[in-house]
Ligand binder design. Structure first.
Ligand code: PGA
Length: 249
C-alpha cells in the first residue's frame, strides 16, 4: 500500500496564542488537501486555541515535545495525558534543538517514544547529523545509532505507524537544503535500518520525512523521492508558503 505523505509544520518557539489563531485561519484554506496528512506542531500554550481555530479543517494540531513520566514533580513539563486529553495525536520527539539546548539524548527520546505509544500518540522522531559528522563520513553510523536507540523496545506494530524526520542539522534554519540525492540517500538508509530491526513490512509502512529548510521551491523535488514521505517544515510553516508545500504536486 502506498504511504500517505505527512507534511508537518514545526513552529518552534514562535507565535503567541492570538497569533496562532490568526495563522491557522490564514493557512486553513491554503493547506486543504486529501493527499497528505497535515499537522501543525505548535508550542504547548497554542495547542488549544490552534485546535479551536482548525476545527472543521484537515489540520491536525500536534505538540513539539512531552515528558516521559505520567505526572508529578516535573516543573514546566507537559505529560502525554495532557496532550491526549485535548485531542493531540502527534508529538515531535528528539528534535535536534531539544538535543542541543535541553540535553535530550537518544535514551531519553526512547523513553518518550515508549510513553507516547502507551498513550496512543504518534511520535515524529527526529534524527540527523552535524556538518562535522557529514564531513567525517560518519553520517549513517550516527543516524543508525539514533534510530536503533530511539526504537529500543518499540514493537513492530508501533514502529509501522511512527514517523521519522531526517533533519541534517546543518540544513536547519540555514536556507541550505540538503540536495535531493543526499536526502533520499539517508531516508532510504533509515528505512533499511528499520527493516533490519523489524522486517520489510514495517520498513515499507513507516513514514520518513525530510526536514531542513524545506520551502515551496524544494518540496516538489524532495517529495517525489521514493523514500521521502513528506517534510517537517520550520520557517516556511509560518508563512502562506506552507500551503504551496502541502500542495506540492
Ligand atoms: P527549517 O526547520 O525548515 O526552518 O530549517 C526545520 C526543523 O527544524 O524542523
Amino acid at each position: 500500500m502506498a504511504r500517505k505523505k505527512i507534511i508537518a509544520g514545526n513552529w518552534k518557539m514562535n507565535m503567541t496564542p492570538s497569533e496562532a489563531v490568526k495563522l491557522v485561519e490564514e493557512l486553513k484554506p491554503l493547506v486543504a488537501t486529501e493527499d497528505a496528512d497535515v499537522v501543525f506542531c505548535v508550542p504547548a500554550i497554542d495547542i488549544i486555541p490552534a485546535m479551536e481555530a482548525a476545527k472543521g479543517s484537515n489540520i491536525e494540531i500536534g505538540a513539539e515535545n512531552m515528558y516521559f513520566e505520567e505526572k508529578g514533580a516535573f516543573t514546566g513539563e507537559i505529560s502525554p495525558a495532557m496532550l491526549t486529553d485535548v485531542g493531540v495525536k502527534y508529538v515531535v520527539l528528539g528534535h535536534s534543538e531539544r538535543r542541543e539546548y535541553f540535553a535530550e539524548t537518544s535514551e531519553t527520546v526512547n523513553k518518550k517514544m515508549l510513553k507516547a505509544f502507551e498513550h496512543g500518540l504518534t511520535p515524529i522522531m527526529c534524527c540527523g547529523e552535524t556538518l562535522e559528522q557529514r564531513e567525517q563520513g560518519v553520517t549513517m553510523d550516527f543516524i543508525r545509532q539514533q534510530v536503533k536507540v530511539g526504537f529500543l523496545n518499540v514493537t513492530a506494530a508501533q514502529a509501522a505507524i511512527s514517523v521519522i524526520a531526517y533533519e541534517p542539522i546543518w540544513a536547519i534554519g540555514t536556507g541550505k537544503t540538503a540536495t535531493t540525492a543526499q536526502a533520499q540517500e539517508v531516508c532510504k538508509a533509515i528505512r533499511e535500518c528499520i527493516a533490519e530491526i523489524y522486517d520489510e513490512a514495517t520498513a515499507a509502512a513507516i513514514r520518513i520525512q525530510y526536514g531542513g529548510s524545506v520551502n515551496a521551491a524544494t518540496a516538489p523535488e524532495l517529495f517525489v523521492q521514493p523514500d521521502i514521505d513528506g517534510g517537517l517544515v520550520g520557517g516556511a510553516a509560518l508563512k502562506p508558503d506552507f500551503g504551496k508545500i502541502v500542495n506540492w504536486k
